[in-house]
Ligand binder design. Structure first.
Ligand SMILES: C[S@@+](CC[C@H](N)C(=O)[O-])C[C@H]1O[C@@H](n2cnc3c(N)ncnc32)[C@H](O)[C@@H]1O
Length: 417
């Protein structure tokens, strides 16, 4: 998994699923998941600590370097007793085809001595490459260090429940569940993979971080309203809107994702009208709506806990490119909202470019629109415009959101047909 993510551009979750395909459910699976994800989450700090003990880390075979990283994570972060962590990884290195015996000796010596203090101790922004840390400090200021630390923690499986018998089903299958910070949101420890759970197959639960659910509630009461869900993807937020009584128009550029979304809503016993459309261009075929949610494609820097690979690839250019697309989408979505209607813009990214700067540019060019403070059932921190939902130790993802309202008789935009 470490190899696929670092050197073959794989997503962590897909690489881990493949790596675990022949591992039985149970404690081993949970432990492997914890070590693999933890190693990626802590990678920059682990590399700094290992670098202090290695003359030339880059000269080592990749598999040996990864054994050192995972071993260092186990010893320094996970708290595995030194003898157990070191022994297991030395044996692993001995089993590598063609690895010279001296490498096992080197792994033994380095893992016994490696220390986070060698890297100056865990720095502020621990786990983040320097440029990404600076990017997040520029937006979150004094909250950045807590956000970075929170994204180092293991991720609970958050679900939104869609049926009254969801918890009964889950507990009947040996899953543990504790209530989350929102009604209907639970942190689950399933005894088996999600797709094998009856609670999932029968449409009683949908994996969803509470922050993602909170973003949708910024639209207010949507019962009986026509709502556009743009960037509908697998339909997680579309499901929430449909369950709340909205007539949902789900717009997605990727036909395959749109189809997964349609099937996901059907699994949950819900419906939406699905459109495969590029929302960065004028959406003339889409009806006018009372409200719209733009869950825009973004760099995902608020979700590093579940997607630690993002930080290994992130560049400032990615944020700038994403912002240009987000602004084009926001302008196009706003055209479909009737006068007097509302639009929630959200991204699971933590930089100014993709959040407040996109909204400020939009507002400057669209005088019929104004931003109002979003009301969500989780704590937020004000942004220059809009607000941040911060990654938290409890397991919440980071989001930016803004609620925009269109004047009843504004200067811009054609009246709805
Ligand atoms: C953050 S994800 C949305 C997740 C989804 N709202 C959910 O809750 O399940 C963004 C989505 O926007 C889609 N997307 C990207 N560019 C788009 C465009 N120009 N028009 C419409 N959808 C787009 C992506 O394919 C992706 O599914």
């Amino acid at each position: 998994m470490l190899d696929a993510v670092q050197r073959r551009d794989a997503a962590a979750s897909a690489a881990l699923t493949r790596a675990l395909s022949d591992v039985d459910p149970g404690p081993d699976r949970a432990m492997i998941t914890d070590v693999a994800y933890g190693t990626l989450r802590w990678l920059p700090a682990l590399d700094a600590a290992l670098g202090a003990r290695l003359a030339d880390a880059a000269a080592l075979p990749d598999a040996v370097l990864d054994a050192l990283r995972a071993g260092a994570f186990e010893r320094l972060v996970r708290g595995t007793p030194a003898h157990a962590a070191v022994h297991a990884w030395v044996e692993e290195v001995k089993r590598l085809p063609g690895a010279p015996a001296r490498l096992a000796g080197l792994v033994n010596a380095v893992l016994r001595r490696v220390d986070l203090a060698d890297a100056g101790g865990p720095p502020a922004g621990v786990g983040l490459p320097g440029p990404l840390w600076e990017h997040i400090v520029a937006s979150l200021g004094p909250h950045a260090a807590d956000a970075a630390r929170a994204m180092l923690q293991p991720e609970p499986l958050w679900v939104t429940v869609y049926r009254d018998d969801a918890l009964e089903l889950l507990r009947g299958e040996g899953a543990e569940a504790r209530p989350g910070p929102l009604p209907g949101s639970w942190a689950v420890r399933p005894g088996r993979p999600l797709g094998a759970l009856a609670a999932f197959r029968r449409g009683a639960i949908q994996p969803q971080n509470p922050s993602s659910a909170a973003v949708v509630s910024a639209l207010g009461d949507v019962a009986g309203r026509r709502v556009l869900d743009v960037g509908s993807g697998h339909g997680v937020k579309a499901a929430q809107l449909a369950a709340a009584g909205a007539a949902v128009e789900a717009v997605e550029i990727d036909a395959r994702r749109s189809d997964v979304g349609r099937r996901n809503l059907a699994r949950l016993g819900l419906r939406a009208r699905h459109h495969v459309v590029d929302a960065a261009a004028p959406m003339t075929g889409i009806p006018f709506v009372d409200a719209a949610l733009l869950d825009a494609p973004c760099t995902g820097t608020g979700t590093l806990r579940g997607h630690p690979e993002i930080k290994l690839r992130w560049t400032p250019d990615d944020a700038r490119r994403a912002a240009a697309r987000q602004l084009a989408m926001l302008a196009s979505v706003a055209e479909r909202v009737r006068p007097g209607g509302a639009l929630v813009y959200a991204v699971c990214a933590l930089g100014l470019e993709e959040g407040p700067e996109v909204v400020a540019s939009f507002l400057a060019a669209h005088p019929a629109w104004r931003a109002v403070a979003p009301s969500v059932p989780l704590p937020t921190v004000s942004a220059p415009v809009g607000a941040w939902l911060l990654p938290s130790d409890e397991g919440l993802d980071g989001f930016y959101l803004a609620r925009l309202e269109r004047a009843e008789n504004g200067p811009a935009g054609a009246p709805p047909k």
